[in-house]
Design a protein around this ligand. Structure first.
Ligand code: JJ5
Length: 445
């Protein structure tokens, strides 16, 4: 899968991972696990050799992430520590794989006895909420769950009062909370850490980042992306068949990507049938000679069909009533439907040119989000869960598990939530998309 490196590097102090205290408990993995990872092990944040060279010449320390992996000494005694798991926000393929991996690693590798699944996101962690009590997870409940989409625990959007959530963690005697969710969830997890610290408690909060859009900085890959790109192939093939089956046929597929076009771009590269890929990072206009409508009209006159893939966050400024600030419970801006809008505009334009046409619009978003993970994502989720458990038991906190330079890493939450990853329009992925589709680099009228 195509990847991109972000250019601005974090300062070394932004890469320091918080610890609850000294690790004095001997790991039960001794003798059964692969070699332990030393606390001093690091993964370079730079990927580009020239970058490394420039920093060396200037005598600057090379920014690097703490390596993930099992430690020989633990902060928590696995036999007496209670562990909690919570999944938040929208569905994403792989959620159940992460839950299962957290459970299996904690129970069967480390011997953790009490593993609780809090229900319906942070709502299930709030002492004030009337949501269901946590589930006591056992192998029978969790063993086959990765074969199913969705989340075993249920999910919800929105924040809860950190003080309420800490009360719940204390009441259920939780030592480590694993929070699986997006940027809002990770902000909540970090706020929880501040409240825990304020009370002088020793509770670890470890996040597993969830963004099907892959818009998270400092991690090359997020779970669900590979499944989404694979599952987008059927709707794109359907759009192609619909388009080629009609005179001036146009098939439009809207894919996920609120701020970043990674799914649309990679699905386009994988398909080979896409003629126009529209992403949030690259502006386009509808009207005028170089605009999408005119470019599409010219193609239809030559080829009589076209396939358009559009990311949900693309062209938002074109959609009427843009500028609205309505948000959902997670604080995400409610997007206008660019797919419906494009269908209407294309139909209007072709009618105005007296061109007979058929425009079909496919929105597979919820079908894709609720799928079970494909093998690549399942394997990735398995390892994310393992590293989260290693980190939590070793006493790390206020961090997420990342993947950088093809190694698993510890990323401090304040760094993870500070910026968004986007496609670089001058970068390799987008340049490959332009080559594959043959679309103009600038569709501006
Ligand atoms: O304000 C944001 C923001 C900041 C960073 N709104 C949406 C997405 C976003 N990011 C990217 C991001 C995505 C997923 C995760 Cl888990 C995280 Cl920590 C950040």
């Amino acid at each position: 899968m195509a990847e991109e490196e972000s250019s601005a590097l974090p300062a070394p102090n932004e890469l320091e991972v918080a610890r609850l205290g000294e690790a004095r408990v001997s790991s039960p993995l001794r003798g059964i696990s692969a070699p332990f990872v030393d606390d001093s092990s690091r993964v370079l944040a730079c990927i580009d050799a020239a970058h490394v060279e420039a920093m060396r010449i200037q005598g600057e320390p090379l920014p690097a992430f703490e390596s993930a992996g099992p430690r020989s000494e633990l902060f928590f005694d696995p036999g007496t520590t209670g562990v909690g798991i919570v999944t938040c926000g929208g569905l994403c393929p792989g959620l159940n794989d992460v839950i299962r991996s957290l459970f299996m690693t904690a129970r069967h590798q480390y011997g953790v006895r009490r593993i609780l699944g809090f229900r319906y996101g942070y709502a299930g962690l709030s002492a004030k909420s009337s949501y269901a009590e946590p589930l006591f997870l056992e192998s029978e409940t969790v063993g086959r769950v990765h074969r199913h989409g969705g989340t075993l625990l249920g999910s919800s959007r929105g924040a809860q009062d950190p003080a309420d959530m800490v009360d719940t963690l204390v009441a259920w005697k939780i030592g480590i909370l694993f929070a699986v969710g997006g940027d809002g969830t990770l902000r909540g997890a970090s706020a929880l850490c501040r409240e825990i610290e304020r009370r002088g408690l020793k509770i670890s909060v470890i996040a597993i980042p969830k963004t099907i859009d892959n818009d998270l900085m400092w991690t090359q890959r997020t779970f669900g992306l590979a499944t989404a790109v694979e599952a987008a192939q059927a709707p794109i093939a359907a759009a192609h068949n619909e388009a080629t089956g009609a005179w001036n046929g146009v098939g439009i597929v809207k894919l996920m990507g609120r701020h970043a076009g990674f799914i649309a771009a990679n699905a386009t590269l994988a398909s080979g049938d896409v003629n126009y890929c529209l992403v949030p990072e690259v502006r386009f206009s509808l009207e005028g000679e170089g605009g999408l409508l005119s470019v599409l009209e010219q193609r239809l006159k030559k080829r009589r069909h076209a396939v358009v893939v559009v990311a949900e966050g693309a062209g938002q400024e074109l959609v009427e009533n843009a500028g609205d600030t309505e948000t959902d419970a997670s604080g995400n801006l409610r997007l206008k439907d660019i797919g419906v809008f494009l269908k209407e505009k294309i139909e209007e334009h072709l009618a105005s040119r007296q061109m007979d046409h058929t425009v079909k619009y496919i929105d597979p978003s919820y079908t894709i989000r609720s799928l079970p993970a494909n093998s690549m994502d399942s394997a990735f989720c398995q390892v994310l869960g393992q590293h989260a458990v290693h980190a939590g038991l070793a006493g790390r906190t206020d961090m997420m598990v990342g993947f950088w330079n093809h190694r698993f890493t510890h990323v401090p939450l304040p760094l993870a939530i500070s910026a968004r990853k986007e496609l670089d329009p001058r970068g390799e992925i987008w340049q490959r998309v332009l080559q594959t589709t043959g679309q103009p680099a600038h569709m501006m009228g």
